[in-house]
Design a protein around this ligand. Structure first.
Ligand SMILES: Cc1cc2nc3c(=O)[nH]c(=O)nc-3n(C[C@H](O)[C@H](O)[C@H](O)COP(=O)(O)O)c2cc1C
Length: 243
């Protein structure tokens, strides 16, 4: 697994595998994880709301606890660091406010329709979409209004509370992928995991009730037996369509 650093994007994509066993006795550069997270935050994300968090599980005690919550999977047990990708729908107000501030600054000398539209995006549209109650009643009303609007013109229909949830996890998934490629570009292997007890992991990390875990990523330098099988994908014509 100790290959030279991949130098091109294609090499990185081709060589990244889900690696389930990591070297235990070689040094691990935790700084590489910090840098990869920094790059991951540059991933595209819905409305630039950045409702993600990257929880680094570094100490051996914390890693052991989290690995137990991952059903003891070797990719978690042997990881030299675990990164828990968390989404925080509950932080929407704060992040909308930060975005609105940036927009206000960018358009400070303008008061035309474009500037008003930009202001309205984070001050009106985003609150309309992200302001959700526990039972999803607001979202259901939005869904109904959207349906009616959609009868006469093209309309974004994914406006319910669960649609917003999906959207936030989509963005977090892109950040997770960016993180894994960034790690590979620094010579490290990763394994994304969704086989874990989310409630227990949240307790281990002291995460608030409104948060959700997108995935956990094991990191390390893979051992020669760390990849379990040949890579396999369904034929391209099963998944690629031209219109
Ligand atoms: C969201 C997600 C969840 C995954 N969960 C697990 C997991 O819990 N345990 C595991 O061993 N692999 C897990 N994997 C790894 C996949 O099994 C692996 O990516 C897939 O078999 C393709 O292999 P490759 O990544 O080496 O190309 C997960 C991958 C993704 C994207």
């Amino acid at each position: 697994m100790n290959k030279p650093l991949a130098s091109s994007f294609e090499q990185i994509v081709n060589s990244r595998r889900a690696v389930r066993k990591y070297e235990q006795d070689t040094p691990f550069d935790h700084e590489a994880v910090r840098k990869a997270i920094e790059l991951a935050t540059l991933a595209p994300n819905s409305s630039n709301m950045q409702l993600w968090e990257f929880h680094r599980v570094i100490s051996s005690e914390a890693r052991e606890q989290v690995a137990r919550c991952c059903m003891g999977q070797s990719a978690a047990r042997m990881a030299r660091e675990l990164v828990v990708i968390v989404v925080r729908p509950d932080k929407w107000k704060k992040h909308a406010h930060i975005n609105a501030g940036k927009i206000r600054e960018a358009y400070k000398d303008q008061n035309d329709a474009k500037a008003r539209r930009a202001h309205g995006y984070y001050e009106k549209l985003i609150p309309m979409l992200y302001n959700n109650d526990r039972f999803g009643v607001r979202g259901a009303v939005r869904k109904l209004l959207t349906f009616l609007r959609g009868l006469s013109r093209p309309t974004v229909r994914e406006v319910s509370r669960s649609d917003v949830r999906v959207s936030i996890h989509k963005s977090a998934g892109l950040a997770a992928m960016t993180f894994m490629y960034a790690m590979k570009s620094r010579g490290y292997d990763t394994c994304p995991l969704e086989g874990f007890d989310s409630r227990r992991v949240k307790t281990c990390l002291g995460l608030p009730g409104g948060s959700e875990i997108t995935m956990i990523i094991g990191c390390g330098k893979g051992t020669s037996d760390g990849v379990y099988s040949e890579r396999f994908r369904v034929p391209l014509d099963e998944v690629m369509f031209e219109h």
